[in-house]
Design a protein around this ligand. Structure first.
Ligand SMILES: [Zn+2]
Length: 258
């Protein structure tokens, strides 16, 4: 039966603690190549036949950071892999900053925040889209959607989709919750905005029974653990998905209320 590992990344190949070294990322892709995996975009994933048992994997990137375009994409291309990039169209002119001591992020330059993380621009996203990568929305300005007034949800969810579609000239059908936060009101807006699927930060394989608006993903840095998560997607390893199903209701409560 269908059981697809879905991974998510943020920064690749920048400096400091809040990035995954390019060499580590390359190791992940080597493991996928050696094991014969085919990469799927988010839209392809949710349209799979539920009886399809092929070796699929989905790679996703959150936050639309420029290093995704400059560093991760050339490595993906070397392997002939594709991915989905959940971007923040309201951040085009924004450089975000990281404090290497506290690992905190700031949307403004301030003392202690010394590592710049510039954002992708419209032309970067269009280039990725043209080369077969999927562009999804990660909201307009990356707030915790469960914490903002309902009146702002339309701008974050629907207007971000419209802006990206205008820029790309094609439909944008996938969404990713900023900081993994959502609630029933947010789910309602996602569905009525016309998205076909949405991704959380809760660990889980994608299966035929996965709710389309609460697709889980794994955040993995270690190549050894990455390899294990791949291996555990086989039908013989039922334990990990069961464990995810036990812990995810707790994580979901956190995502709803914090
Ligand atoms: Zn994010």
């Amino acid at each position: 039966m269908l059981k697809v590992p879905v991974f998510y990344y943020h920064s690749i190949g920048n400096v400091g603690p809040e990035t995954l070294a390019a060499e580590r990322f390359r190791q992940h892709l080597c493991l996928l190549k050696d094991a014969g995996y085919t990469t799927l975009t988010a839209s392809e994933l949710i349209h799979l036949d539920k009886h399809d048992c092929s070796q699929y994997v989905a790679l996703t990137f959150d936050d639309g950071l420029l290093d995704n375009y400059e560093i991760a994409v050339p490595i993906l291309e070397q392997f002939g892999f594709k991915a989905t990039f959940f971007v923040i169209p309201g951040f085009d002119n924004l450089t975000r900053w990281v404090n290497p001591k506290t690992r905190q992020w700031s949307d403004v330059s301030k003392q202690g925040f010394t590592i710049p993380f510039p954002s992708m621009q419209q032309h970067h996203r269009r280039e990725l889209s043209d080369m077969g990568m999927e562009i999804g929305s990660h909201s307009m300005t990356h707030p915790k959607l469960n914490k903002i007034p309902v009146s702002r949800l339309q701008n974050e969810i629907l207007e971000s989709r419209h802006r990206l579609e205008d820029q790309l000239g094609k439909p944008v059908t996938s969404f990713c919750y900023p900081k993994g936060r959502y609630n029933t009101e947010v789910l309602h807006h996602i569905k009525s905005a016309g998205y076909e699927c949405a991704f959380t930060t809760m660990p889980s394989y994608y299966e035929a029974t996965t709710p389309r608006y609460e697709c889980g993903r794994f955040l993995i840095e270690s190549p050894a653990l990455f390899e294990r998560v791949l291996r555990w997607s086989s039908a013989k390893h039922l334990g990990v998905q069961s464990l995810c199903q036990v812990i995810n209701p707790v994580l979901k409560l956190k995502n709803y209320y914090t």
